[in-house]
Design a protein around this ligand. Structure first.
Ligand code: NDP
Length: 294
């Protein structure tokens, strides 16, 4: 059986197209969705992410504010800005780009974001809503994007065994909650760095989600023939043959695993493009909920 290459770019572009109509309707009703993106410091990768988020807003007709604050910005100044954004009726979504400089306590900052505007889904209220399966909450964009990919490719989850490798609050844990929810009905195992015999565990999986941050760690011998593999990883590895001197690879050994699985997300072009699309979706949802109460 041929392996399905899950095209995240294509699905993300469909998600964005689908949002345009709702954005137009909200705008016509006087409520243009608005996103504030806050960056502290000059981390080059963060600058790229922030700029692509702002660009995505522009393309869809979402109002955006980009706040690029100097690295020495204090925690108090950052929190003060967040309080202003909480009170700004033009802004429905607030995002503080991670990671902030080391003197900033990221968790304390997130606690100051109005949960109704927490489009990253990191505030404890939204974490609780995810666990409670309360649809008014915000789910972190990357795992939400993974679920959209499964839906877009009609990949069944009910009764399947999913192994999520990684237990971060950004990807692994929310991913596991989404898969075990009554919407998806998978049986879920969360693996991490202390899991015993990860390859053997993964071989029992119908669905593997790799969110580890280790280049090409998941090898063909982790994969049961016919399993579905979602690769969340974004890792830079040195490559002298590339003009930039590096290439981007996932957490999955694509060449080996794609021979064995039934469907796989490539890196780049798989899960990555979904993250920003889901951020746009969360911003539109926040606008709808704040202005229409629905
Ligand atoms: P974290 O570093 O926060 O978490 C990594 C997880 O992997 C941890 O739970 C860790 O276990 C586990 N882990 C580490 N080594 C092993 C191992 N040898 N065996 C099993 N588990 C292991 O990373 P993130 O969740 O933030 O990100 C994961 C990957 O996804 C990264 O490559 C990141 O760049 C990418 N990413 C991609 C996004 C996208 O838009 N596509 C968005 C966010 C992240 P432990 O808890 O025990 O330390």
């Amino acid at each position: 059986m041929a392996t399905t290459i899950i095209d995240g770019k294509e699905v993300a572009s469909r998600v964005r197209e689908g949002l345009k109509q709702e954005i137009a309707a909200l705008t016509q009703a006087g409520h243009t969705p608005g996103l504030a993106v806050v960056l502290v410091g000059e981390d080059p990768a963060s600058q790229v992410y922030v700029n692509s988020k702002v660009k995505a807003c522009e393309e869809l007709g979402i109002y955006s504010q980009k706040w690029a604050l100097p690295a020495e910005t204090s925690q108090e100044e950052l929190v003060e800005l967040i309080h202003r954004l909480n009170a700004d009726p033009r802004i429905h979504g607030i995002l503080v780009q991670s990671p902030p400089p080391p003197h900033i306590d990221e968790e304390a900052v997130i606690l100051n974001i109005d949960p109704r505007k927490d489009v990253d889904g990191f505030h404890p209220v939204n974490v609780a809503k995810l666990v409670l399966e309360d649809a008014t909450g915000f789910v972190p964009c990357t795992p939400l994007g993974c679920m959209e990919l499964l839906k877009a490719y009609n990949i069944p989850t009910q009764g399947k065994h999913a192994v999520v490798i990684g237990r971060s609050m950004i990807v692994g844990k929310p991913m596991a909650h989404l898969l075990v929810s009554k919407q998806a009905n998978a049986t879920v195992t969360i693996a991490h760095s202390r899991t015993a015999d990860l390859p053997a565990l993964c071989r029992t999986a119908d669905i593997i989600v790799a969110a580890v941050g280790r280049p090409e760690m998941v090898k063909a011998d982790f994969v049961k023939p016919g399993a579905v593999v979602l690769d969340v990883g974004i890792n830079r590895v040195e490559d002298a043959t590339r003009p930039r001197g590096y290439r981007i690879v996932g957490d999955v050994d694509y060449a080996g695993v794609s021979e064995k699985c039934s469907a796989i997300t490539p890196v780049p072009g798989g899960v990555g493009p979904m993250t920003i699309a889901m951020l746009m979706a969360n911003t539109v949802k926040a606008c709808r909920q704040l202005t229409q109460g629905a």
